[in-house]
Design a protein around this ligand. Structure first.
Ligand SMILES: [Fe+2]
Ligand SMILES: [Fe+2]
Length: 481
């Protein structure tokens, strides 16, 4: 069969020849009703009967892989799509460097691989759960559509991981697939596996921050797994990255549009001091200092997703050829790292300092550094908007020691500049750096839905271009209640 095109003849669209893989097809069809139950319980609240202008993957050809059309979300074709197999692909790193990539799971790495796939899989439905209430306060039909696009694709990413579990991990893979539908974001008894995926996404600014910062952690993890010597995992992740790009676009442009609107409103009202919060808020827009606080929160929560800076698990996964580095094949070194070092940020005599550690155990730190560099691009874009509007205000990433729950800095308090402070000072000042409940209340007060095509809430600018080049007044969602 042609791997570029997707077989839509089975219930589950796929390019993995499911119709001839009866056992896996049966397992997936058995899992499907549970997934649909999960979608109706924990997927977007409302709008299930509305027609949404969504893209659906119909091919994995990079030159054209999606088509856009009106779909009711429960009828979305969640499929299993793997990037085409590269001929003679070899393991690009670790002790097995240069050996042929595995088409089956090697027995000795089974547990590690399963754990990584389950952790990745768990984040996908988690974010849908976190965002399920946002539909009713969407600032426009354009944004509503983008939310749902992200949601259905996270659903597809869950399918992607479940396919790997069911095809390659037998009975315990099927059990893990069921568990992925059982855990719930924020649930006291059965939470999702990672911290940031149990936090609330209370408003649309949080949604944009989440898709900018937390989906970007996903991008880094997927890139590392796309290097994997386990070829089906590599191919799965490569195609997921194609979709993931849109999620981060939603975040980046979402924040841009909020910043843009705030600057325009301040200018029109003759406000010269962007930190005059009361005056700015009176205009019905979100002040820049509050945007900065949200940014502090979401960036620090996302840094925690990289785990401990120094980690033998990370070293083992690399040695084994399971999880590589960001853009591994483009790095100019021996790809084994037996004798190299990497500078790790640590706490030394009360100061944040870089200390050389064996590069193998410092892989989480390295991936986090790559992530931080990737995040910084947004600051440049957003600050440009502020600067062009004539304001002296800069959005910045906080120091990595700020507000951490995991790793080297979990037991200390630091300011966003990285100055260590005691508990009393932290408690007194944290409201200056992180969103307070009053900030949350203010943002919530702006979250009134706008459902007229081409119209936008007071606190956000229209996008520069439409989805699929649609005109400004395009009806992205035909709301049916
Ligand atoms: Fe995803
Ligand atoms: Fe995503």
């Amino acid at each position: 069969m042609n791997f570029m095109n997707v077989d839509y003849s089975t219930k589950i669209p796929n390019n993995v020849n499911l119709s001839e893989d009866r056992q896996v097809l049966k397992a997936l069809e058995g899992w499907h009703p549970g997934y649909m139950d999960w979608w109706s319980d924990m997927g977007p609240e409302g709008f299930q009967q509305s027609l949404v202008y969504l893209r659906t993957a119909y091919s994995v050809d990079p030159r054209g892989w999606a088509k856009f059309d009106y779909v009711k979300m429960p009828e979305y074709r969640w499929g299993i799509l793997l990037a085409p197999q590269e001929e003679n692909r070899v393991i690009p790193f670790g002790e097995n460097f240069g050996k042929p990539a595995w088409q089956e799971v090697p027995g000795e790495h089974r547990a590690t691989l399963r754990r990584l796939i389950v952790i990745q899989g768990d984040t996908e439905p988690a974010s849908v759960e976190q965002q399920r209430h946002l539909g009713k306060t969407a600032p426009s039909l354009y944004d509503l559509r983008n939310l749902f696009q992200v949601n259905v694709e996270e659903g597809r990413h869950l399918w992607a991981m479940v396919y790997l579990l069911q095809k390659y991990f037998g009975r315990d893979g099927r059990e893990e697939a069921d568990e992925l539908l059982r855990r719930r974001s924020g649930d006291a008894d059965s939470p999702r596996m990672l911290g940031a995926f149990n936090e609330a996404t209370p408003d649309w600014l949080s949604f944009f921050m989440f898709t900018y910062f937390t989906d970007r952690d996903g991008k880094m993890q997927l890139h590392s797994l796309a290097q994997s010597g386990f070829d089906p995992l590599s191919r799965t992740c490569r195609f997921m990255l194609t979709e993931e790009a849109h999620h981060m676009f939603v975040g980046e442009t979402g924040i841009s549009r909020v910043v843009q609107r705030t600057c325009e409103a301040m200018k029109a009202a003759g406000i010269s001091d962007p930190t005059d919060i009361a005056k700015v808020r009176a205009l019905g827009v979100i002040d820049l200092p509050t945007i900065q606080k949200k940014l502090h929160l979401h960036y620090s929560l996302s840094l925690d997703l990289f785990g401990s800076e120094v980690s033998t698990n990370a070293a083992n996964a690399f040695n084994a050829g399971i999880k590589g580095r960001y853009k591994e094949t483009q790095i100019d070194d021996d790809h084994r790292l037996q004798n190299s070092t990497y500078p790790v940020l640590k706490l030394v005599n009360g100061e944040v300092k870089r200390v050389d550690e064996p590069a193998l155990t410092a892989l989480n730190m390295r991936l986090r550094d790559d992530y931080t560099q990737d995040c910084a691009k947004g600051m440049l874009r957003w600050n440009k908007i502020i600067q062009l509007a004539g304001y002296h205000f800069k959005l910045t990433l906080p120091n990595v020691a700020f507000h951490r729950q995991i790793g080297e800095f979990r037991d200390i308090n630091a300011t966003p500049e990285g100055v260590l402070i005691d508990d009393a000072t932290w408690n007194k000042r944290k409201g200056e750096w992180l969103p307070s409940s009053a900030d949350g209340d203010f943002i919530a007060s702006l979250m009134t839905p706008v459902t007229e095509a081409g119209t936008y809430a007071s606190w956000i600018s229209p996008p520069k271009v439409g989805i699929d080049n649609k005109p400004g007044d395009f009806e992205y969602v035909k709301i049916e209640t």
